[in-house]
Design a protein around this ligand. Structure first.
Ligand SMILES: [Zn+2]
Length: 464
């Protein structure tokens, strides 16, 4: 540990001490999590030539084996230019379904020229760990690994088998994610540490609230095609492929899918309302109580942060048509990208779009790649109790409530197999510090101590 880092950790632990009066610290686990995170960030686990994801897997594997996992219980499987890792800690009761902790090792590409610091050189400065993967999600992953090792060091014996797995292409094709979820489909539940998490107040830096993610919207792409016989542009006919398609796109653009709510999003609106700008917060409360309130729907629909939370959204993202400046178009195509509210099959949404387009000459085709439709995971009392109990001990008074994500994570593949999966990262951040996938990605290392406490409590509760 170098000096700057030591100072940062010391300062960071002062901040969290108050909330930790009764919880013993775990300095070995905290130090190991940061050390492993720095080593992992230094490995360029980006898809394509020179992909070092298999080296991240080796790094994690050696930590687990040194921490007491049997050699044969930590398996790395190569897939194309990447790899995935599944590590098993056998429980004493083999009749119980395992609890799975899910993460990923790959990161999004980062161009060093655009960054203030080299993205693949970890730097700890001003209480932050900087580097590609700092927040998505190498630090989260190593906090979980170090916590499991700590549990083992303390002599904990789980009744339920504990599996920790890392996919190797979550940010791109999700091929390994699909393979893992199929293999582990019999899990009792999955804690996906690449989702959920806590929010810090922008001004004070104090914890505001914690959400666990129980649902994700379904990604879909639909292609619309119009074909005409074409001809010379000096002799136009009534039907024109570009005009026909354009008219349909305007109808789709003006259409709003029926606003809806689930148990999970209702709980989110009621709890999150007080952290919003009062106008949005009021609309969230009103909408949660009355799905048909036109004023609330209008307010939430006008706000890009909330429109996706009240229903399915579809938007034109690409258009293509014609083949010459002086010819009638023989073909025009457009892509409509949808984010579907959980519970609707893609076919149903495509059929609804076709009704709205109201033109039988337009051919609709589902061209979605790499995504499957999923329902929300149930609001399981044991999961909610474990999250609530841990947060109450670590951050007394901080509200805990569910959320729905607009993008997909590895949970998509588990939910596809009917396995309950919950985004449950213990890391707290300011919204303004969220640079995942972007430049100068960073994470506050004051999270080390509370995150280890969280994993120790939650993993015990879900595996005992
Ligand atoms: Zn991620």
């Amino acid at each position: 540990m170098h000096t700057a880092l030591f100072a940062a950790v010391a300062a960071a632990s002062l901040i969290v001490t108050a909330a930790h009066a009764d919880i013993p610290s775990h300095p070995d686990a905290e130090a190991q999590a940061l050390d492993l995170a720095e080593k992992a960030i230094a490995l360029r686990s980006v898809r394509g030539p020179g992909n070092e994801t298999p080296k991240v897997a080796e790094l994690y594997r050696s930590a687990l084996v040194a921490g007491g996992w049997a050699d044969e219980d930590v398996v790395i499987t190569p897939v194309d230019d990447t790899a995935y890792l599944i590590a098993t800690w056998p429980g004493s009761d083999p009749s119980l379904k395992p609890v799975v902790i899910s993460g990923h090792m790959d990161v999004v590409e980062a161009k060093p020229a655009d960054w203030q610091r080299d993205p693949f050189t970890p730097v700890v400065e001003n209480g932050y760990l900087f580097g590609r993967g700092a927040s998505d999600m190498k630090y989260d992953g190593t906090l979980a690994i170090a916590s499991l090792i700590e549990l083992r060091r303390e002599g904990y014996k789980p009744r339920r088998t504990i599996i920790i797995q890392f996919s190797g292409d979550e940010e791109t094709t999700m091929k390994t994610s699909g393979i893992i979820a199929e293999k582990l489909a019999n899990a009792d539940l999955v804690l996906n540490i690449d989702g959920g998490g806590g929010t810090l107040d922008e001004a004070t830096g104090k914890p505001l609230y914690f959400t666990w993610q129980g649902a994700e919207k379904t990604y879909a792409d639909f292609q619309l095609t119009v074909t005409n016989p074409g001809g010379h542009s000096s002799r136009p006919h009534k039907v024109n492929a570009i005009n026909e398609l354009a008219a349909a796109l305007v109808r789709i653009g003006n259409y709003q899918f029926k606003p809806e709510v689930s148990d999970l999003t209702r709980a989110y609106f009621i709890n999150a309302a007080k952290y919003e700008d009062p106008k949005i917060g009021d609309a969230m409360q009103v909408f949660a109580a009355d799905l048909t309130n036109a004023g609330a729907i209008a307010t939430l629909s006008d706000n890009p942060e909330t429109i996706g939370k009240i229903g399915t959204t579809c938007v034109a993202t690409m258009i293509n048509g014609g083949h010459a400046l002086n010819a009638l178009p023989q073909r025009a195509t457009a892509n409509i990208n949808c984010r579907i509210f959980p519970g609707h099959p893609r076919e149903a949404i495509m059929a609804e779009l076709a009704r709205v387009a109201a033109d039988p000459a337009i051919k609709f085709e589902d061209v979605t790649a790499g995504s499957v439709a999923t329902d929300a995971s149930p609001m399981r009392p044991d999961l909610v109790a474990a999250m609530t109990k841990a947060m109450a001990a670590i951050y007394p008074g901080v509200p805990v409530f569910p959320s729905m994500a607009s993008g997909a994570s590895d949970s998509m593949w588990y939910r596809y197999h009917g396995t309950p999966s919950y985004g449950a990262s213990p890391v707290f951040m300011k919204a303004s510090d969220d640079f995942a996938h972007g430049l100068n990605e960073r994470v506050p290392i004051a999270n080390s101590r509370p995150a280890v406490d969280y994993y120790l409590m939650v993993v015990r509760d879900l595996s005992k």
